[in-house]
Unconditional design. Structure first.
Ligand SMILES: [Zn+2]
Length: 238
């Protein structure tokens, strides 16, 4: 595999649990050629082996605490204690600081999800991890795992909507974008009634948002979800 190594750089990180300093790879923004962005904002690049989401998670080689830039900066004493008991005590030193293959990327997300659940990170942060893990499984054509993690992602995005913590996961996220995303994830799960409900909520922003691209996408996917819903109902009857 030819890797455009110049796009990668080493970033120095400090573990938010044990304060160990370690290095992890990142991808320089703007170095990859975008091929496509799909309806849930999953971006594919020409340089497939250099998917930036492979490097979102930093894994401390010393204690095993895995986190992203969106995790809260500090761990409270109770969080440190659960990380000690459930992660650090069971960890065998392993380094994720080199070029990652997809299997290592998947492991890094599972570690981060475990850490995020244990330390009660914002819903938006957990949702983003679940969604990216679903994308990784999609790229492996593992539909069962993709669906399983989309289901977990949409639950967290709904909680994020209810608790309005969505800016904590992605500063580009807006309410209308979140509503659209929840709708589209429900559509992929074939929960069309819920998809239609959330697209409807997004479309209610029609005259109150500058994000006209999102409104157009919500309109298209709302239409699609209605057709799919009808088809499904007809299949049931027939
Ligand atoms: Zn650590």
């Amino acid at each position: 595999m030819i890797v455009n190594v110049s796009a990668l750089y080493d970033k120095s990180c400090t573990c938010r649990h044990c304060q160990t300093t370690f290095s992890t790879k990142r991808i320089r923004s703007g170095t990859l050629t975008m091929v496509q962005r799909d309806s849930v904002f999953y971006t594919t690049f020409k340089e497939q082996s250099l998917n930036p989401i492979y490097y979102t998670v930093s894994v401390c080689p010393q204690c095993g605490f895995a986190f992203t830039d969106q995790f809260r900066d500090r761990l409270a004493p109770w969080q440190k204690q659960v990380v000690d008991e459930h992660i650090a005590a069971k960890w065998t030193p392993k380094n994720f600081g080199s070029i990652r293959q997809i299997t290592e990327a998947i492991v890094s997300y599972k570690l981060a999800i475990y850490a995020a659940e244990l330390t009660d990170q914002p819903h938006a942060v957990k949702a983003g991890l679940y969604l990216r893990l679903a994308w990784l499984y999609r790229s492996q054509e593992n539909v069962a795992e993709e669906i399983r993690f989309i289901d977990m992602a949409v639950n967290e995005y709904e909680q994020s909507y209810i608790h309005t913590d969505y800016k904590l996961g992605d500063k580009e996220m807006s309410e209308v974008r979140l509503l659209y995303l929840i709708g589209e994830l429900y559509r992929r799960l074939e929960k069309f009634d819920l998809a239609i409900k959330y697209f409807g909520k997004a479309l209610a922003f029609r005259n109150h948002t500058i994000e006209s691209g999102i409104i157009r996408m919500a309109q298209d996917q709302w239409q699609l979800a209605r057709e799919e819903y009808k088809e499904k109902k007809e299949q049931k009857i027939g």
